[in-house]
Design a protein around this ligand. Sequence first.
Ligand SMILES: Nc1ncnc2c1ncn2[C@@H]1O[C@H](COP(=O)(O)OP(=O)(O)O)[C@@H](O)[C@H]1O
Ligand SMILES: [Mg+2]
Length: 241
Amino acid sequence: MNNEAIRCEDLVKTYNLGQVNEYKALKGINLTIKEGDFISIIGSSGSGKSTLLNLISCLDTPTSGEVYVDGTALSKLGDNERAKLRSQKLGFIFQQFNLLRGMTAYENIELAMRFAGKTKKERHERVQELLKQVGLENKGKNRPTQMSGGEQQRVAIARALANNPRIILGDEPTGNLDSATGATIMQLLTELNKDQNKTLVMVTHDPAIAKKAHRTVRIKDGKLEEEKRGALIENGNGSNG
Ligand SMILES: Nc1ncnc2c1ncn2[C@@H]1O[C@H](COP(=O)(O)OP(=O)(O)O)[C@@H](O)[C@H]1O
Ligand SMILES: [Mg+2]
């Protein structure tokens, strides 16, 4: 068994801005995340948090360096293999929920499973189970516009869990929610970590999330530093941006 969920080796990401300008968003990130861990990634706005998460999520490719997911080097995979790894091993939650507007809660969750080749019956059973798990058994027919922000994020969590991935990645998942709703969403995510040993990687501005995590790292000037637990709790200071 590989007990390393994710490993980033010397990750560099440079964005090209026209012909001559470039911006070094990540300047050599080394990070190992253990299976079953709950890590928060903090840092001021524009520090490179989303950039790092997008590289781990195979949404973008690094300028140099390597990301390993469950021991597999992402750069060695072809497009199809990468898509397969994403759908089997990773689940994503975004600040803007990113649900498809024209689809119901049920259909949004089911869609993730269609790509994984599940039968209609399997999909139906799984969607019902997931709706129940996130406390939305009566909202399957609602479209995103007919749900509150907290409910939409629950649908997004159910969708992220659809193919039973071992790793859940969130980019400021409570960023668009009021603090009480954010807390219930965090509760749900914390339970997935505790009860099902899912690895949680949460980018956040929210000190309350950072405090719940087992480990916190900060991105600053394109580099990563380990955050001391004491400092975080004393200052209540998860971020400055
Ligand atoms: N596609 C892009 N092209 C050019 N610059 C980008 C691009 N995406 C992000 N950046 C820049 O990289 C830096 C890090 O961005 P990001 O990772 O989104 O920060 P964070 O999520 O921490 O707020 C910012 O300065 C941002 O302007
Ligand atoms: Mg961001």
